[in-house]
Design a binder for this molecule. Structure first.
Ligand SMILES: [Zn+2]
Length: 417
């Protein structure tokens, strides 16, 4: 049976004519033919030198023109490519455009070969084991599932935010908020180079879903309604007791009806007092009622958030090695997984400590600068300041972050100075 997959190919933006500009060495032309034919069959428009260049224009003009009209540049990495100075020159030119115009490069390695220096830090599609007729599927997978594998995996500050959602375990059970990574989340996590195994993700799901903050989120949200409901039940109980008492008293003696009437009035009076007292007591316990700005349960939620952060901190213990920061964002009710390459920040901060005495003021006797830096970074990761990494800042920056936030070495410096 023939496999018939329908891909979700992104539409071309108005200023683009092609999905892919294919860059290759002449020796691989045969493979390029097959690959392009398959890609175009599945709906990806391609452009390449042998077929699409306009006669009469210089190669460079042609190439730049086609690159600018394409969404991605597909680079065929092979032995031929490694030997071809010209093909490499083409890619190097494209890299310049990439930097200035935010263009994406997707290298695909079709056989074992040495990577050119300028692609050393870019992740490539590994198609060495694939049949030529199958290679296009990997390329399509890359284009349809994300923006660019290559661009994501080495970027510091790139993150994934997964919201807690409303779930009902089974029909009839009570729905409540939970954190669940679906297949798409898990795929994105892998593609963005976030180093968490399936087991880690399950553990994070459990920690977040079982925390009191998330478990009682629906109660926190509807605190007024819940209180009203309890209060209403209380009044019903009182009314029921009254009725029973009334009937019993009427039954026992019909003569002393006047006295009975007094007893009932007094009973009701006491019951009203009890209900009102409970209600007032309840309000007084939540001092925020008086300010009217924050919800009843504000303080409790803050407390539970801190508790959850403490539990999640176990994932930040190895953050520097794993290049990963995990934290819960109460405002958007989501878990944030951020990929972070600490090395540039760590080594820069260590060097700065050598030069600036005020940065060394918390250094302990006998502690090396590297250990000192690590200790400061770890305490930053455990503090609430870690949330600063979420917000882009218009102020001075140091190491490049995907979200334009300040980098850790700068934030740590601000923290201790
Ligand atoms: Zn930095």
């Amino acid at each position: 049976m023939e496999e018939n997959t329908v891909y979700n190919i992104p539409p071309l933006p108005v200023d683009k004519d092609f999905h892919m500009f294919v860059c290759y060495a002449r020796g691989d032309l045969e493979i390029v033919h097959i690959l392009v034919e398959n890609l175009e069959k599945d709906g990806l428009k391609c452009s390449y030198h042998e077929r699409d260049f306009t006669a009469g224009h210089s190669i460079l003009t042609n190439m730049l023109d086609k690159i600018r009209k394409s969404m991605y540049m597909l680079v065929i990495l092979s032995e031929n490519f490694a030997d071809s100075g010209y093909a490499q020159h083409e890619v190097a030119e494209a890299m310049h455009i990439k930097i200035s115009e935010g263009y994406s490069i997707i290298p695909i390695m079709i056989e074992p070969c040495t990577l050119p220096d300028f692609l050393k830090h870019t992740t490539y599609i590994d198609a060495q084991e694939k049949e030529v007729n199958e290679m296009h599927k990997l390329v399509i997978g890359t284009v349809t599932n994300h923006q660019t594998v290559a661009d994501f995996q080495n970027v510091t500050g790139i993150s994934i935010e997964v919201h807690v959602k409303w779930f009902r375990e089974r029909f009839g059970s009570m729905a409540r908020y939970k954190l669940k990574f679906d297949d798409m989340d898990r795929q994105m996590i892998a593609e963005r180079g976030i180093q968490l195994t399936g087991h880690d993700l399950d553990e994070i799901e459990t920690i977040v879903s079982n925390s009191k903050l998330v478990r009682y989120l629906h109660l926190f949200d509807n605190f007024g309604l819940v209180t009203m409901f309890i209060w209403f039940l209380l009044i019903l109980c009182c009314a029921f007791t009254n009725l029973v008492l009334l009937l019993a008293l009427l039954e026992r003696s019909k003569k002393e009806s006047e006295q009975n009437g007094n007893i009932i009035v007094m009973l009701m009076f006491f019951e009203v007092i009890i209900v009102v007292t409970i209600f007032l007591g309840f309000c007084c316990c939540h001092k925020s009622v008086c300010t009217k700005k924050k919800p009843f349960t504000y303080d409790q939620q803050i407390w539970e958030t801190l508790h959850l952060e403490k539990k999640l901190a176990i994932f930040n213990v190895g953050a520097r090695e794993r290049q990963l920061i995990v934290f819960y964002v109460p405002a958007s009710r989501s878990l944030m997984l951020m990929r972070y390459d600490f090395k540039p920040c760590q080594s820069f901060f260590t060097r700065r400590c050598e030069r600036k005495e005020n940065l060394r003021k918390f250094q302990m006797p006998g502690e090396s600068l590297i250990n000192y830096t690590n200790r400061l970074f770890d305490s930053f990761l455990r503090s609430y300041d870690v949330h600063m990494l979420r917000h882009s800042s218009a102020q001075q920056k140091r190491h490049k972050m995907a979200n334009e936030a300040k980098c850790i070495c700068l934030l740590v410096e601000e923290m201790i100075c």
